[in-house]
Write a protein that binds this ligand. Structure first.
Ligand code: NI
Length: 254
């Protein structure tokens, strides 16, 4: 069940059964020669949508632009400053709380977002006000406080094991065959064959956006995403969907 494809009476009926929602969160940034710019937003969106279809979980709109400053040397990348992202996440949470949501599960697709999402949780907890006007976090409140949780999709139970089995060599850390495969499982029309040179990209540190482009001219870090394929993506998505449904249910009941 996706919020943007639901009517308000449908969401109201969902709220009568559950106060928990899953929000995919990611980034719009270069992902090498064959990876989509939306990869880090599409991965949690594809996994979230399937989990929502299978288990009746409400999936919020994808927060699809994040912390991508170090990718700005490549065209198409869009980035937010951390303060903008924190403020926007606060507004999303505040809106959901106003309607009665009490658990927000953020399914993240981009490692660069983690620090800012964690800071946003602190801002959200500091400023949250419930629909009856009471502060959520102040002592003595009879109202259960809002809880947020962050899960990176690749850290879901069992997912890395599947990725390692599928791609024992050339997984790397950016524009990985695993994440490209997941996007292709969701959008098979995006599959493209691109030769990689060198086959496995180098590893190393990044100082800034220009330095990134100098060191990693095609955008990959340590990876060989020419191994990506739809079948692998389906296997990874299946493992992730199973794990996220179980984890979401535990969180919703907490
Ligand atoms: Ni990525």
């Amino acid at each position: 069940m996706q919020l943007h494809l639901s009517t308000w009476p449908e969401v109201e009926a969902y709220l009568a059964k559950s106060k928990a929602i899953l929000i995919p969160i990611g980034s719009t940034e270069q992902h090498g020669p064959n990876g989509l710019l939306g990869t880090d937003a599409l991965c949690p969106e594809i996994i979230g949508k399937r989990a929502g279809d299978e288990a009746g979980i409400l999936i919020g709109p994808t927060f699809n632009v994040g912390q991508a400053q170090h990718h700005m040397g490549f065209v198409g990348t869009i980035t937010l400053r951390p303060s903008t992202m924190i403020a926007a996440m606060q507004d999303w949470a505040q809106s959901l709380v106003r309607h009665g949501f009490e658990r927000i599960y953020w399914l993240n697709g981009h490692g660069g977002n983690i620090a800012t999402i964690t800071a946003a949780f602190s801002e959200i907890y500091h400023g949250v006000t419930f629909s009856n006007g009471s502060g959520g976090s102040h002592a003595g409140s009879n109202h259960p406080p809002l809880r947020c949780t962050l899960r990176n999709w690749w850290e879901l139970n069992g997912v890395m094991d599947v990725c390692r089995q599928l791609f024992p060599v050339g997984e790397g850390s950016h524009a990985t065959p695993s994440e490209v495969s997941v996007t292709w499982a969701g959008y098979p029309e995006a599959v493209k064959s691109v030769a990689m040179s060198p086959r496995i990209a180098p590893n190393g540190p990044i100082l800034d956006a220009d330095d990134y482009r100098r060191r990693f001219p095609d955008g990959r870090i340590g990876s060989d995403p020419s191994q990506a394929n739809v079948e692998a993506g389906e296997k990874i998505v299946a493992a992730a969907v199973k794990a996220v449904i179980s984890e979401f249910r535990t969180f919703a009941a907490s």
